[in-house]
Write a protein that binds this ligand. Structure first.
Ligand code: 0O2
Length: 219
C-alpha cells in the first residue's frame, strides 16, 4: 500500500491531533523499551530508571501560545507548541543520558529537529536536563504524518530538583522569594556534585568488577 506524506496543515481537528500525538508517544515509548531491553541483554544493566509521558493540557497549550503572542488556533498549536507530546526519561547517571540520546539519534525513522543541552549549559536557575525535539512518522490508514515529540532526558537527581523548582514557579508564579531561589540554585550545584560523584563511583565499581572477572578467567 502506498502512503501519502500528509502535512500538518491537513490535520483538521483537535481529535485527529490528539490521536497523532498519542500515537507518537506510543511509538517513542516502544522504541525506548526495546533499547532498554537490548541494553540489559548486552550489558546486564538498565540505562533507563523510568519513563513518564504526557500530553500537554489544553490550558497549558493556550497559556504558552498567549505568552508568545499567538492566537489559540489549531494551526498555531501544531506549529508553535513543540511539547504537546512529551516524554521524560529518567536515568541513574549522566553518561546514560548521552547514551540514550545517541541510540535515539541512530534510529533512521526519527528526525532530530533540535537539541537543547541544559546539562552542558544549565539555565540561570540551575535547571539541568537534555531536551531533544524529534519527529516520528505516524502511519494512518491512507497517509503518514511526521509528528513532534519533545524528549527530556535527565538523572533522578536532576528530576528531583526540577520537580521542586516547577512547584515553586507554579506556586509563586515566577515571583518566588529571593532566599528560595538562592537556596534552590545551591541545591542545583549539590545535584551536579552528587551526579558527578555517583558517576565516578559507578565507574570505579564497574572497573573493579571487570578486573575481578579478568583475574578469575586467567587463574
Ligand atoms: P510544563 O508545565 O512542564 O509543560 P520550545 O518548546 O522549544 O518551543 P520552551 O518551552 O522554552 O520552548 O522549551 P524548553 O526550554 O525545551 O522547555 C520545555 C519544557 O522543559 C518546559 O515546558 C518544562 O517542562 C521544562 N523546563 C524548561 N525549563 C525549565 C526550568 O527552568 N525549570 C523546570 N522545572 N522545567 C523546565 P513548559 O511548557 O515550560 O512547562
Amino acid at each position: 500500500m502506498e502512503y501519502n506524506a500528509k502535512d500538518y496543515g491537513e490535520v483538521d481537528s483537535w481529535a485527529t491531533t490528539l490521536l497523532l500525538y498519542n500515537s507518537a508517544l506510543k511509538e517513542v515509548g516502544t522504541k525506548l523499551e526495546i533499547l532498554n531491553d537490548e541494553f540489559q541483554h548486552i550489558h546486564q544493566y538498565n540505562p533507563i530508571e523510568h519513563i513518564k509521558s504526557r500530553i500537554k493540557t489544553p490550558e497549558s497549550i493556550v497559556r504558552k501560545l498567549k505568552k508568545r503572542g499567538y492566537e489559540s488556533t489549531l494551526d498555531n498549536m501544531i506549529k508553535y507548541v513543540n511539547d504537546i507530546a512529551g516524554i521524560r526519561i529518567i536515568c541513574s547517571f549522566t553518561s546514560d543520558i548521552y547514551r540514550i540520546a545517541e541510540m535515539l539519534r541512530n534510529q533512521s525513522d526519527i528526525k532530530v529537529i533540535s537539541i537543547k543541552d541544559y546539562i552542558k549549559a544549565p539555565k540561570e536557575s540551575g535547571y539541568k536536563s537534555y531536551h531533544m525535539l524529534v519527529s516520528v512518522p505516524i502511519y494512518l490508514s491512507d497517509s503518514v504524518v511526521d509528528t513532534k515529540v519533545e524528549i527530556q532526558i535527565r538523572t533522578v537527581a536532576m528530576d528531583f530538583w526540577a520537580s521542586l523548582e516547577h512547584k515553586m514557579n507554579y506556586k509563586f508564579e515566577r515571583n518566588a522569594p529571593e532566599h528560595i531561589v538562592t537556596e534552590l540554585y545551591e541545591c542545583a550545584m549539590m545535584v551536579s556534585e552528587l551526579d558527578a560523584k555517583m558517576l565516578s563511583l559507578n565507574e570505579e565499581i564497574q572497573q573493579t568488577v571487570a578486573t575481578e572477572k579478568e583475574n578469575s578467567q586467567t587463574t
